[in-house]
Design a binder for this molecule. Structure first.
Ligand code: PMP
Length: 448
């Protein structure tokens, strides 16, 4: 079972595996090195692999199945929409789209008035930047190192992680700054308050040196996710808001990963009690069942386009199947108390459980997170905080830990030197505890 196992795949999975290897071009991968897991069925927090073995999904795939797999209400809504009206072009109105926009706005501050729908997160970020540029008449965009904003040309260049290096011509006007990250503080800070203060002073300087009159927007994840679930110190987002106000910059909160309950709030910026000007979302809005993203827009930016056409659009903007999935997802989350459940899960189960793992495994240097949004930062040794080499790097340690998880029956989200613990928001306490026990044994096996 797992990589290199002598046990054969089920015949159907073996055929899928061969066809996929031969014909499917995989993201972020050297094509000759891929060995994709075949998933044939899934239910709630569980998926079944090539060998028809169940795996507990601590990844929510790419952090999107916030309601778990095959939630009956979302499946039924998609089926019903498909049976009624599969699609209409964006220039026509449609009940599913109108209701999705209303419902999404009902969970945002009342300063937000309209939704521009996209197909996913990267195009939401691109359109938010386009709106900010047209609104301000300025070009520059400030974004954080250690961030992820998408894989399209502008979004990857706005992104502040090493994958940008593959595309290192950069993008006109994109300037990076350091966000707060106490564990590996760019500011040599020793506590959260100091980190916050220094990060804001740094951003203030970047704005001053770049020229406030040239900057359209600051775009940042309310909680940087892919780069390591770095929950910002209290007051940081509020400080960014003040800097944006003082300099006339549009504040774009990228909530593609952190939004729709992941952080135990509908949107993670609520944790710092701020109101951004534009919010990008995707992933959890449909639990990932049908691709959908969007930009939520506040009044002042919206007014720019009252008399002036917005020069942008997408064939599938607000696709009815996706919007029907969004309506059912948001209603299920409301009725089932999913956001509060994620908050409690973080407080009562994942937070204490992961800190307990850290007490027993010296490889865990830091535990960070909130709600159903956590990461273990794995280190060579705790004193130096040197990250252990990532999967595909010279050390096979990350690979060994990932393989040990699979043997235990656990599917985590692994990124660089980190294990992200990002299960469905409605995972049962029993399953969450079982997953933590699997992780405990996997870390032990990989260390031993
Ligand atoms: N922004 C953030 C914060 C993300 O986490 C992601 C995806 N991981 C994106 C944007 C890009 O979204 P997509 O892959 O749907 O284009």
């Amino acid at each position: 079972r797992g990589g290199g196992s002598a046990v054969p795949r089920t015949p159907a999975a073996a055929r899928t595996y061969e066809l996929d290897r031969r014909h499917v071009f995989h993201s972020w991968s050297a094509q000759e090195r891929i060995s994709p897991m075949v998933i044939t069925r899934a239910e709630g927090s569980w998926v079944w692999d090539d060998y028809d073995h169940p795996l507990l999904d601590f990844s929510s795939q790419l952090v999107f199945t916030n309601l778990g797999h095959q939630h009956p209400r979302v499946v039924a809504a998609i089926q019903q929409q498909a049976a009624t009206l599969c699609t209409v072009a964006p220039q026509h109105a449609n009940a599913a789209r109108a209701e999705a926009a209303r419902l999404i706005l009902s969970h945002l501050p009342d300063t937000f008035e309209k939704i521009f729908f996209t197909n996913g997160g990267a195009d939401a970020v691109e359109h938010a930047i386009r709106m900010a540029r047209l609104h301000t008449g300025r070009i520059k965009v400030l974004s954080a190192y250690r961030s992820y904003h998408g894989g399209t040309d502008l979004a990857i260049n706005v992104t502040g992680d090493p994958r940008r290096w593959e595309n290192d011509h950069g993008a006109a006007g994109v300037v990076h700054f350091f966000g707060p990250f106490l564990y590996r503080s760019p500011f040599h800070a020793t506590d959260e308050a100091q980190e916050c203060e220094r990060a804001l002073a740094h951003l203030e300087q970047v704005i001053a040196l770049e020229g406030p009159g040239t900057i359209a927007a600051v775009v940042l994840e309310s909680i940087p996710g892919t780069a390591g679930v770095m929950v910002p110190p209290a007051g940081y987002l509020r400080g960014v808001r003040e800097l944006c106000d003082r300099n006339g910059l549009v504040m774009i909160a990228d909530e593609v990963m952190a939004g729709f309950g992941r952080a135990g709030r509908w949107f993670a910026f609520e944790l710092d009690d701020v109101r951004p000007d534009l919010v990008t979302f995707a992933k959890g809005v449909t639990s990932g069942y049908v691709p959908l993203g969007g930009v939520a827009i506040t009044g002042p930016v919206l007014r720019t386009f009252d008399d002036r056409a917005y020069p942008g659009g997408l064939t599938y903007s607000g696709h009815p199947l996706a919007c029907a999935a969004a309506v059912a997802t948001v209603r299920a989350m409301e009725d089932e108390g999913t956001v509060a459940a994620a908050d409690r899960l973080g407080r009562d189960v994942l937070g204490p459980g992961l800190r307990d793992l850290a007490a027993r495994h010296p490889v865990i240097g830091d535990v960070r997170g909130v709600g159903a949004f956590w990461a273990l930062d794995l280190v060579e040794d705790r004193a130096s905080r040197t990250p252990i080499a990532p999967t595909g790097g010279t050390s096979e340690r990350m690979g060994r830990i990932t393989a040990a998880c699979r043997v235990e029956g656990l599917l985590p989200f692994v990124s660089s030197n980190r294990i992200h613990v990002v299960p469905p928001l409605n995972i049962s306490d029993g399953d969450a505890r079982a997953g933590l026990a699997m992780l405990d044994r996997a870390l032990g096996a990989a260390e031993g």
